[in-house]
Design a protein around this ligand. Structure first.
Ligand SMILES: [Zn+2]
Length: 466
C-alpha cells in the first residue's frame, strides 16, 4: 500500500478535531445551530494552520447526507462527507487560486453556480490562495459575491489577506487563524506516533514541534521525513542529521563561549557549527531563538511556560543565562535580527557573522558611550599581546574555561577589580588574568571603541544613546 502522508491521513474531520482554532470552530458551530451561516467566509492565516481543513469541515456540516439540515457534527461516512474529505465532491468544488487565477475560470464558476447542487443542500466553493486571483478575476468573483444564489456558499482561504481587495473582504465574514502553539503540535505529533506505533525519544518532540513554526502541516511533513529514514526509535540526533536542525549542544557551546568572553572559543564554535553544513542565516536564526530563551529565563525564570524546552535544555538554558544580563541579551537579539538581513545580501556573510559575535564576546554587557569612556580612563593600558585564534589557542581557551567553572559569575555583573583579582587567584590565576587583561586592553583601545560603535551603527543600525 502506498504511504499516505500524515497530514492527509490525520486531517481533522470535525470542528472539535481542528487543532488550535477553537474560537473559529465555536463561532462556526454557533452559526450552523442558529441558521446564520454566512454566504462567504474569508479564512486568513499562515500555511498549514487548518484553513482548508476548516473549510472542508464546514462543507461537510452543511451538506452531510445523514441529516436533514446542516449539522455541527457531520457523520464523516456518507457519500458526501467521504467525497469532501477526498476533495472530489461534485457539490463542493475546490479551486486553487494560484493556478486558476484567470477571469475565464471565475466566469465559468459563475455560470455553473446558478445551477442547484447535484445531490446536497448547497453548492460550496472553496478557493485556496484566493489572493492569487487576477484583478479581472476578483471583479468577476465580486459580482457573484454581491448577489449570491441562496444555494451557494464560499470559503476563501488566503495566506495574504492584505492582497485580497477590500470590496471582496467586505462581502465575507473574516476569520484569522492563529499559528498553532508548539505544545499543541507536540501533543498531536505524540498522538500520531502512538497510533502509528512508532517508537521515539521524548527529546525529539519539542524541538520538532518548534521547527514546525506554528504550522501543523509542516510539523507532520517533518515527521514524515523522519519516518522515511526508517530509523527507530526516532531521536533528536536524527532531527539534526536529516533535517539540518542545528546541533543544540553546539549552539549552547557557542553561547557559552560568548558568555565567557572568549574570542578564540567563539571562532572555534562558529567553525564547528558552519562545518556541519549550517548556513550563516540558519546559525543567526538559531542564536536568536536560543538567546530569546535566555532572555525569558532572565525575566520570567527557568520554569516559565513561555519556554518550550525539554528538562535538559531548561537546565542548560538556566546555566547559560547566568553568563548574561538582560540588557546584553536584548541588545544581542536586536543586533542579530539586523545582521540577518545584512548577511542575506552579503558576499561575505561569514565575516559579518564573526564580526558581530566577536563584538558580543568583547562586551557581554550593553556598553554605552559613557561606560566605554569611563573604562578607557580607568587603569593603565598594557602592551598588546598577540591574539591567536587558531585551534591551539581555542583548545587552551577551552581548558581555561573548564578550570574556571564555578567562578563564572564574574561575567554576570560588574565586579570590582579587587574581587575579580581574588577570584582569579583562586582558580587558574595566570590564564584567567591574561584573558581578562587582554579583554580590557582591547576594550580600552580607542580604535576598537570606534570599531565597536561603528559596528553597532552600521551593521546593526543600533545607535548608541548619549
Ligand atoms: Zn455525512
Amino acid at each position: 500500500m502506498a504511504y499516505t502522508v500524515l497530514a492527509r491521513k490525520y486531517r481533522s474531520q470535525t470542528f472539535d478535531d481542528v487543532i488550535g482554532q477553537d474560537p473559529i470552530s465555536r463561532t462556526l458551530k454557533n452559526a450552523i445551530k442558529t441558521g446564520r451561516v454566512a454566504h462567504a467566509y474569508l479564512f486568513a492565516g499562515t500555511r498549514g494552520v487548518g484553513k482548508t481543513t476548516m473549510a472542508r469541515v464546514l462543507a461537510k456540516s452543511l451538506n452531510c447526507l445523514a441529516f436533514d439540515a446542516p449539522t455541527t457534527e457531520p457523520c464523516c461516512r456518507c457519500d458526501s462527507c467521504v467525497a469532501v474529505n477526498l476533495g472530489e465532491d461534485i457539490d463542493v468544488i475546490e479551486i486553487d487560486g494560484a493556478t486558476n487565477n484567470g477571469v475565464e475560470q471565475v466566469r465559468e464558476l459563475r455560470q455553473n453556480a446558478i445551477y442547484r447542487a447535484a445531490r446536497c443542500r448547497f453548492k460550496i466553493y472553496i478557493i485556496d490562495e484566493v489572493h492569487m486571483l487576477s484583478v479581472p478575476a476578483f471583479n468577476a468573483l465580486l459580482k457573484i459575491l454581491e448577489e449570491p444564489p441562496s444555494h451557494v456558499k464560499f470559503s476563501l482561504a488566503t495566506t495574504e489577506p492584505n492582497k485580497v481587495i477590500a470590496t471582496i473582504q467586505s462581502r465575507c465574514q473574516r476569520f484569522d487563524f492563529s499559528n498553532i502553539g508548539p505544545n499543541l503540535i507536540a501533543g498531536q505529533l505524540k498522538s500520531i506516533l502512538k497510533q502509528e506505533k512508532i517508537k521515539y525519544e521524548d527529546d525529539l518532540i519539542l524541538p520538532l514541534a518548534k521547527m514546525a513554526n506554528g504550522s501543523m502541516r509542516d510539523g507532520l511533513s517533518l515527521l514524515d521525513r523522519l519516518i522515511s529514514t526508517g530509523a527507530e526509535p526516532l531521536t533528536a540526533e536524527l532531527l539534526e542529521e536529516f533535517l539540518g536542525s542545528p546541533n543544540s549542544e553546539k549552539i549552547y557551546n557557542l553561547i557559552g563561549e560568548i558568555g565567557d568572553s572568549s574570542a578564540a572559543g567563539t571562532f572555534a564554535a562558529i567553525e564547528d557549527l558552519i562545518s556541519t553544513g549550517l548556513s550563516e542565516v540558519q546559525l543567526v536564526d538559531s542564536l536568536i531563538d536560543y538567546m530569546r530563551d535566555l532572555m525569558v529565563v532572565k525575566s520570567a525564570g527557568a520554569e516559565s511556560e513561555l519556554l518550550i524546552l525539554t528538562a535538559e535544555q531548561r537546565k542548560r538554558t538556566g546555566q547559560l543565562a547566568e553568563k548574561f544580563d538582560t540588557a546584553a541579551l536584548i541588545y544581542n537579539i536586536t543586533a542579530l535580527e539586523k545582521l540577518r538581513w545584512a548577511i542575506k545580501n552579503s558576499d561575505t556573510p561569514r565575516a559579518l557573522l564573526e564580526a558581530l559575535l566577536l563584538r558580543f564576546t568583547l562586551s557581554e554587557h550593553f556598553l554605552n558611550v559613557d561606560e566605554l569612556l569611563s573604562q578607557s580612563q580607568a587603569g593603565p593600558i598594557k602592551k598588546k599581546q598577540p591574539t591567536n585564534v587558531k585551534s591551539k589557542a581555542s583548545s587552551e581557551a577551552r581548558e581555561t574555561r573548564d578550570e574556571g567553572r564555578g567562578t563564572n559569575n564574574e561575567h554576570g555583573s560588574k565586579p570590582e577589580p579587587v574581587i575579580e583579582e581574588q577570584k582569579q587567584t583562586k582558580a587558574t590565576p595566570n590564564r584567567l588574568k591574561t584573558r581578562s587583561q587582554r579583554k580590557n586592553e582591547i576594550l580600552n583601545d580607542p580604535a576598537v571603541k570606534t570599531v565597536l560603535l561603528g559596528l553597532d551603527a552600521t551593521i546593526t543600525g543600533i545607535e548608541e544613546e548619549k
